[in-house]
Design a protein around this ligand. Structure first.
Ligand code: ADP
Ligand code: ZN
Length: 744
């Protein structure tokens, strides 16, 4: 009996079985979208497989499969298999994983027009293979014939007629023959509308590569050409020209007829970066980011799936772009924690990029100035080949000097703000005098991070979360919860003891901005954080920075990443200790990366840069290594600690979190499941907890968790499967996080 397994793009763990008619069985293929009935609902599902087999339920209970929505699979087989494997690895429901790869329009609309058909402007003719079951006639099989070569080329995905004409001498005639015989069809290629592409970008000429860039490009290109399934760790200091390397190898990848994917941290996906890709590769680029509308996302997706566009650039979720005949994935700033999705399917786009590239016999390039310990460990085990760009690409640009300021010894400068020390103020004066620019980094938005009661010493907290409320003064003075966005006017009375003396403790970006504006009345001071800028707005502020309309920019981590601002000569890290004290085994790694990256914003142009790092722990090896830009020494130091404590990369972690409104219930369910996990664990898997999470309550939900640690991936997985199967009270949500990044 022909049966189909169908996954429905809703958060359901299992797939569903439907009966299939012989006529359907002859034409359906994995990855196609189909109509199916679930309960009383008509839904769109994705065919996982079709097989002639015994049903596991009574035949009269089987529902028939609905209509096939299209003649080509919406999800190419490669992508479908990748998604299935990803769902297995993260123990995530297959339905939810499919949602990652299918835009909303594809999940909800069943018109066949969506996939290849078109109503918009036609810009060319697209040749697609028609999949048939009967064998090819001999003419097509003739391996030297043009038709056969074109037929083979189309296996990888549809191609534009004009591209085929460039590659094959008599493409037009051969395609016509194939069309008559029913092997290919020709459809309209449609104009791709791209919100990033409002203005045209002139083509640029690639610079002459430095020796190190050239070597890197050669190594990667060779792997691409020989389909060697090799992956690389491109370790290049900030501004060493890594992006230039990606541009070259993406171009090479296109030349050999394969598609490419470039992943960057969301924050780095700026029009400036996209502009560099367009200037080199033209406008046939899909840009995938979180701010796309459903319609735009559908357009992007369609242009890739049809093979019309062969390069996608985007943040984390672009990993699932349907790039046809994928040959290359570049992950820029691979150490960046934004590659980990922290809700729904908790996948890590860098780890999965390595998988996807490997599965397609392609090449993956992980680039960073501060490689993660994970990637470094893969390089040491020989799984990644290391390529090094040791110096900045432009001759004049040397790495900045770093000065450490001990916050214990240096008291507040002229403004009275503890974080604006005298040496820092002097450095700012110098920058203003020589008409250069400065960036000051402080990872706390708002005016003051907490409000303290002088009589009872308690901190004013969010009513729904176990964190302090932040005082904001720009706009309406108020206190805000940075976890749930709860807002209230600034309390005058302590909610705990009714005391009337409340003091604002510490400084956030608003306070620093205000103090600097007072101190330097003729300078232009601006602020860049989530309160003033999201998405396009932050780009506007950076544009003003580029046009030199800002002298001093104060900001959160939004200022640290990827920007190329050549006139910035001073970077100040106001409080390096904040990140170091996070309750997270990766606190040191994060701090080091942050310091080196933010320092990398200084001195990218003609003038040398200077970095000021303020800390209460000037002797800390992490700060010392960052001061010398010594990535190697840091990795050795941190690796040793990880080895001693048996943390990744020396083990694998999984976090099991419990959330619910009733604290007692959450605690008892956590305990119950932890016991089940402990029984399943046996030797080789270590369980710690259960215990309240460092942030014990968010949005009124109590949070408990336990951590599993093992050197053996399979064993860890077995325990997680036991956890997943265990019955749990409906008032408690269980979240499994494989390779967790967020330990809060
Ligand atoms: P990264 O990605 O490592 O930060 P980029 O590729 O952005 O570095 O390069 C930094 C700057 O150096 C850019 O302005 C870029 O145009 C320039 N650049 C890169 N490679 C070269 C080269 N070979 N010759 C001259 N300038 C280069
Ligand atoms: Zn809150």
């Amino acid at each position: 009996m022909w049966l189909a397994s169908v996954a429905v793009p809703v958060p359901l763990g299992q797939s569903f079985t439907y009966s299939v008619t012989p006529a359907q069985a002859a034409v359906c293929r994995r990855g196609m979208r189909v109509q199916c009935e679930l309960g009383r609902r008509q839904l769109i599902g994705v065919l996982l497989n079709v097989a002639d087999r015994e049903p596991e339920i009574a035949v009269d209970k089987l529902k028939p499969l609905g209509k096939l929505i299209e003649s080509e699979p919406a999800l190419p087989e490669e992508l479908l298999d990748f998604l299935i494997e990803l769902s297995r690895y993260y123990l995530a429901p297959i339905g939810e994983v499919l949602r990652l790869a299918l835009p909303a329009v594809e999940r909800t609309q069943s018109s066949t027009e969506n996939l290849f058909g078109t109503k918009t402007k036609m810009v060319g003719r697209l040749v697609q293979q028609v999949h048939r079951i009967e064998p090819c006639p001999s003419e097509v099989k003739n391996p030297k014939g043009q038709a056969a070569l074109i037929h083979d080329a189309l296996v990888a995905g549809p191609r534009l007629m004009r591209d085929l004409e460039k590659q094959f001498k008599s493409a037009r005639a051969a395609v016509q023959r194939l069309q008559h015989q029913g092997f290919v069809r020709i459809v309209a290629a449609t104009e791709v509308k791209n919100p990033f592409f409002a203005q045209p970008v002139p083509r640029d000429m690639p610079p002459v590569l430095t020796q190190a860039q050239g070597d890197a490009v050669t190594a990667i290109s060779t792997a691409l050409e020989t389909a060697a399934r090799q992956s690389f760790l491109l370790h290049g200091v900030t501004a060493s020209g890594k992006t230039e390397v990606y541009l070259h190898v993406v171009q090479r990848c296109l030349e050999i007829g394969r598609g490419a994917l470039v992943l960057v941290p969301e924050i780095a996906l700026t029009p400036q970066l996209v502009g560099r890709f367009r200037a080199r590769l033209g406008d046939a680029i899909a840009v995938v980011h979180s701010a796309l509308s459903d319609g735009e996302r559908h357009q992007m997706w369609k242009s890739l799936r049809s093979g019309q566009v062969r390069v996608a650039v985007g943040a984390r979720s672009a990993l699932f772009a349907p790039v046809m005949n994928l040959g290359l994935i570049c992950v820029d700033e691979e150490h960046d924690s934004s590659f980990k999705q922290e809700e729904g399917v908790r996948y890590h786009a860098r780890d999965m990029a390595l998988w996807r590239a490997h599965r397609v016999g392609g090449v993956c390039v992980l680039g960073s100035a501060t490689p993660s310990l994970t990637s470094e460990a893969l390089a040491q085990r020989g799984l990644l080949e290391k390529l090094v760009l040791p110096a900045r690409a432009r001759q004049a640009a040397v790495l900045p000097t770093v000065e450490i300021i001990d916050l214990c010894r240096n008291k507040a400068g002229p403004t009275g703000d503890r974080l604006l020390t005298l040496p820092l103020v002097r450095a700012l004066e110098k920058v203003l005098e020589s008409q250069e620019q400065a960036i000051l980094f402080l990872n706390r938005r708002g005016f003051s991070p907490s409000l303290l009661c002088d009589s009872c010493g308690s901190i004013v907290r969010c009513p729904d979360c176990s964190i302090a409320l932040t005082v904001h003064r720009v706009g309406k003075p108020r206190v805000v919860c940075h976890m749930c966005d709860y807002q209230a006017s600034i309390p005058q009375i302590c909610p705990t003891c009714k005391g009337t003396e409340l003091t604002e403790e510490g400084a956030g970006t608003e306070r620093i901005e205000a103090a600097l504006t007072q101190l330097f009345p003729s300078a232009h001071v601006a602020r860049l954080d989530r309160d003033v800028a999201a998405g396009a707005k932050s780009e506007a502020i950076l544009d003003r920075m580029r046009r030199r309309e800002i002298d001093i920019l104060v900001g959160t981590q939004m200022v640290t990443k990827g920007h190329d601002l050549p006139d910035v000569t001073l970077v100040g890290v106001l409080d390096a200790d904040a990140a170091l004290s996070m309750p997270d085994y990766r606190a040191a790694e994060r701090t080091f990366q942050l310091l080196v990256q933010v320092a990398g914003r200084a001195g990218r142009g003609e003038h040398p840069g200077h970095v000021v790092v303020q800390t209460r722990q000037p002797e800390s090896p992490i700060i010392q290594c960052a001061m010398r830009h010594d990535v190697g020494a840091f990795l050795i130091y941190e690796n040793e600690l990880r080895r001693e404590l048996d943390y990744p990369p020396y083990s694998r972690l999984a976090l099991v979190r419990f959330e619910g409104l009733d604290e007692n219930l959450v605690a008892s369910e956590a305990k119950k499941i932890a016991r089940i996990a402990q029984r399943a664990a046996g030797k080789g898997v270590k369980l710690s907890g259960p215990a309240p999470a460092p942030i014990t309550r968010i949005r009124n939900r109590w949070r408990y968790r336990f951590l599993l640690k093992s050197a053996d991936r399979q064993r860890l997985r077995d325990v997680l499967l036991a956890v997943k199967r265990a019955p749990v009270d409906r008032g408690v949500r269980v979240i499994i996080d494989v390779d967790p990044m967020n330990m809060l």
